[in-house]
Design a protein. Structure first.
Lengths: 327, 59
């Protein structure tokens, strides 16, 4: 029998932690050692993540009772990871953090396999990319990599779901306030801008986020301005060339059918990033759309893809779910 | 085995491998962009885009 990798999850009561658990419990090469939560210590996992009823008997333990494992996934809130890192890094050879705290830290490899596959294979510290950042970077990377657009003119709007805000309650997440709202959440100054700029190698990007009536998913719409005109075929070939070996990137641009461009609900629960585009020839503008599940490709699935690479497993192991239709 | 003929999709430039018993008027679907292509001529093969329905949700 092939050896399983012992994994623990710190801060597993959040939505990202729950999603990691959902996926890792069905990963054939993973054994979950411990999951921690200070608020829910001693409680059964299914109390917080009811979708896992009858799937696991795991109970939350305190971070103070954490034992060494092969891999430690950290899904603590932003800034808490940084506070705990010196203690936690002693508990496993490989640490995979999903907060924003280490995404610009040179000790960590950024967790997007599509950009950092080779580095991830030998990394002991991996930082999962932000959910919005994932959609923006994957959608725009081919244009920046090939220097095809005027970098300072890129404008991005992301429509985001409520689960992207995490499990922490606020007045804004209260049902009467949240339901039916289309809320300009961060018109400027979103915390993911720094990592997007860092990964795309630009000084700035004009990014706005709007929270909409959706539980899971992100639809990113970017407007980029070409230095020189390109045709549809050019852009198809650009994406094909960049992503031809990527198992989780799909280019969606159809002339017929109900779903002609990327649609978040079709990638719900999956590790896919669907990317589409349309050219406005009058203005030399390309509209790029990318849809992901913020909790999977934008968080848990992305780091499991990185984990698979790090341990030499097939990159898609545990991430084969194709999504639902209709849903 | 006879080599199967390959053409480019007129919409997205993807390679389309043609079956050896292609019929005139047959509709093919590009595996990349899903566009429907009509086989207008056989020798040489000429593909044209089949008519597509536009979306218009404007008010």
């Amino acid at each position: 029998m092939k050896k399983k990798i012992k994994c623990s999850i710190v801060g597993a009561s959040g939505y990202t932690g729950g999603e990691l658990l959902r996926l890792l419990l069905f990963h054939p090469r993973v054994e979950i050692s411990q999951i921690t939560s200070e608020t829910y210590t001693g409680k059964a996992v299914s109390f917080i993540h009811p979708n896992l009823r009858k799937i696991t008997d795991l109970k939350f333990t305190s971070i103070n009772d954490l034992k060494p494992s092969d891999v430690l996934f950290i899904t603590l809130p932003h800034y808490r990871s940084q506070e705990k890192f010196s203690q936690l890094k002693k508990m496993a050879q490989v640490v995979i953090d999903l907060s924003q705290d280490f995404r610009l830290d040179p000790r960590f490899v950024y967790g997007l396999a599509e950009l950092h596959r080779a580095e991830i294979k030998t990394a002991n510290y991996i930082a999962g990319a932000g959910c919005n950042a994932t959609a923006v970077i994957l959608g725009l990377y081919p244009f920046y990599k090939n220097n095809l657009i005027i970098p300072e003119q890129t404008v991005v709007e992301a429509k985001i779901s409520s689960s992207a805000a995490g499990r922490q309650l606020s007045l804004g997440s209260h049902h009467p306030e949240r339901s039916g709202a289309v809320r300009s959440y961060k018109p400027t100054g979103h915390r993911h801008v720094a990592e997007i700029c860092h990964q795309l190698g630009v000084k700035n990007i004009h990014f706005s986020a709007t929270a909409i009536e959706m539980v899971r998913g992100i639809l990113m719409t970017a407007h980029v301005f070409l230095k020189n005109p390109l045709t549809d075929k050019d852009i198809w070939n650009l994406y094909r060339e960049t992503y031809k070996h990527e198992p989780f990137i799909r280019i969606i641009k159809q002339k017929t059918g109900v779903y002609r461009y990327p649609e978040p609900k079709l990638v719900r629960g999956t590790n896919y990033c669907d990317i589409g585009f349309e050219i406005d020839k009058e203005t030399n503008r390309v509209v790029v759309m990318a849809a992901i599940d913020n909790l999977v490709k934008g968080a848990a699935g992305q780091v499991i893809q990185a984990f698979n690479l790090r341990f030499g497993f097939n990159e898609t192991t545990g991430l084969e779910f194709p999504g639902l239709h209709p849903c | 085995m006879k080599n199967r003929q390959q053409v480019s999709c007129p919409e997205c430039d993807a390679s389309i491998i043609l079956s050896s018993n292609l019929d005139q008027g047959e509709i093919l679907t590009c595996s990349d962009c899903s566009v429907e292509l009509e086989v207008r001529e056989i020798n040489p093969v000429k593909l044209e885009m089949a008519p597509a329905e536009e979306e218009d949700w404007g008010e």
